[in-house]
Ligand binder design. Sequence first.
Ligand code: HEC
Ligand code: HEC
Length: 155
Amino acid sequence: MSKPVGKFLLLSAVLALSLPANAVQDQSIPDDDLGLSKTSVYDVPDPIIVNYGGGDPGTNKRAEKSYHTAPPMITHSIVDMVPIRQDFNLCKDCHVQPDLLKEKITVGMPIPAPVSHYTNVKKGELYMGRWNCTQCHAPQANVNVLVQSTFKKAK
Ligand code: HEC
Ligand code: HEC
């Protein structure tokens, strides 16, 4: 046996003695600590009922974006506006107004849906892939945020 191998075997033996047998098991993560929820991953907790806030359209301040290219949050109440259906879309009535794209939007005016939302901006033809507005735009609720966004707008 050459010298280095002998040293290695000795070191292994010392390590094996100093490690308790259950050290590997101790490293497992308990169910309750997996994920952000404070319950076991095997629980099916009832979702908390949240009240979506916001006053009537035209009475709210615009929300900060969570990140660049994020669909902006809906600032106002959407009571009686959802669910959006094939034959029912109130969002469109206020927001699909391409004429407003050229105008300065002041407080109280509906922010026009951007150019990306139309197949033909001049004719105001909404791209149907954008029909279900709430698929991307979410109303806001006053809840504890599990992970706070640290996004800051680029200067
Ligand atoms: C009666 C008109 C009206 C209706 C209906 C309406 N909105 Fe609005 N919306 C507004 C106005 C006015 C604002 C400006 C901010 C405010 O006062 O809340 C706004 C703001 C927003 C914003 C914020 C945009 C930004 O850049 O900050 C989003 C997103 C939005 N609305 C989406 C929707 C969706 C989705 C629906 C349908 C569920 C909807 N709105 C229905 C008038 C309306
Ligand atoms: C597929 C996701 C998606 C859908 C569906 C969608 N939007 Fe958007 N929306 C976005 C994103 C992303 C932005 C950010 C800017 C962009 O796309 O140009 C945006 C921006 C907006 C803005 C802000 C414009 C500004 O100048 O700040 C309004 C208002 C808006 N959308 C309204 C609507 C309405 C009303 C509908 C339904 C008719 C709708 N959106 C459907 C993703 C979506």
